[in-house]
Design a protein around this ligand. Sequence first.
Ligand code: EPZ
Length: 423
Amino acid sequence: MDSILVEGGHELAGEIPIAGAKNACLTLMPATLLSDGPLTLTNAPRLSDIQTMTQLLQSLGTEVTQMQGGQVLSLSSHALTGTRADYDIVRKMRASILVLGPLLAREGRAEVSLPGGCAIGARPVDLHLSALEKLGAELDLRDGYVHATAPSGGLRGGIVDFPLVSVGATENVLMAATLARGTTEIRNAAREPEIVDLAECLRAMGARIEGEGTSTITVEGVEALSPATHRVVSDRIELGTYMLAPAICGGWVECIGGRMDLVAAFCEKLDAAGITIEETARGLKVSRHNGRVRAVDVATEPFPGFPTDLQAQMMALLCTADGVSRLEENIFENRFMHAPELMRMGARIDVQGGHATVTGVERLKGAPVMATDLRASVSLILAGLAAEGETIVNRVYHLDRGYERVEEKLGAVGARVSRVAGR
Ligand code: EPZ
């Protein structure tokens, strides 16, 4: 299992290209199931999760052609050969549940393994299922699978009123609604940029959607969808992660392709911490030169609030801030697993349930640490950039799920980061 070695204490200077969004691509790819025409995705990120989704779609009969080193994906589902998403794939990647809605809408049936939980929480899918039932789906849960069937005439439009905001459930029902007969209204819908990106892609395929990016999305079902080409939106979580690199160890980085509207709430907190952010013609330039960052309080919320996927990374910064910061994790029930690892590096963190109090220290100390999930992994690397001495982040297979060539991107701006095979 690979490890990442980080030698701390080096200021950064240079440009980091921001890739297409993993969490957009993982919902755009299943959209191919809705149409028998080709769907071409450009600006696709080169990540192991994308490979896993490719395998899943191929197991259903989708033809996937990767071009330009994986940055362009051509997907064609003109002749599906199956409607079953097996446990051995779904357990590796929870986003596999996003084939459920499209399969139901296109084929009238689906057998999708329940994803099970993961390190950060139980991650139930009850909201996905209840939303699809509102479109007429009949669901039978047995032997760890959802056995779903649509009415003989196909799914029909309905009113879906989510009791809490769910990105995945919004995506699943949005995709299913595009082929349902009649009108669907999705209330308390997720507003993330990945939802907007999905709606734009579906509209390019001929879907009739209004209101994406707001809490109410309306869909008029159509008979069939058509071929389309869509550019995957820039990854706001990768963007925020790399914006934190100069913030934590000094210097500057220009994140090419970064857009302020994707990370507005996050930028407000960086600004309050004393970090300089400048919008340039090519992206966002972030710099810090003078002294320690200021402590700030952070509470994660659905978009447009502070993203839960940047909480771990922000905690790494606040471990070195001048003062006490309070972090509140309101989306997932167990998303402070990076805290004990940061404490091995000398951080002072008190975790009480969904709250963490961080008392900043002058300097973290390098240490061997263990990654527990995707965002925790990169939070430990960020901490290593600022720490005295060497940090070894183990179990980085998590990292490769969500970050393209992290050691190359950081190395290109002066960080001393290297990958050690098979520790
Ligand atoms: C998406 O997960 C992202 N994953 C997550 O990113 C992200 O953290 C999350 O949205 C929140 O922004 C992808 O897009 C592939 P949710 P998702 O449904 O859709 C509860 C990363 O690091 N819930 O918005 O699974 C759930 O337990 C990953 O890239 C139910 O109770 O998140 C959570 O507490 C991690 N029932 C809350 O809602 C359901 O049926 C929000 O989850 C669904 C969700």
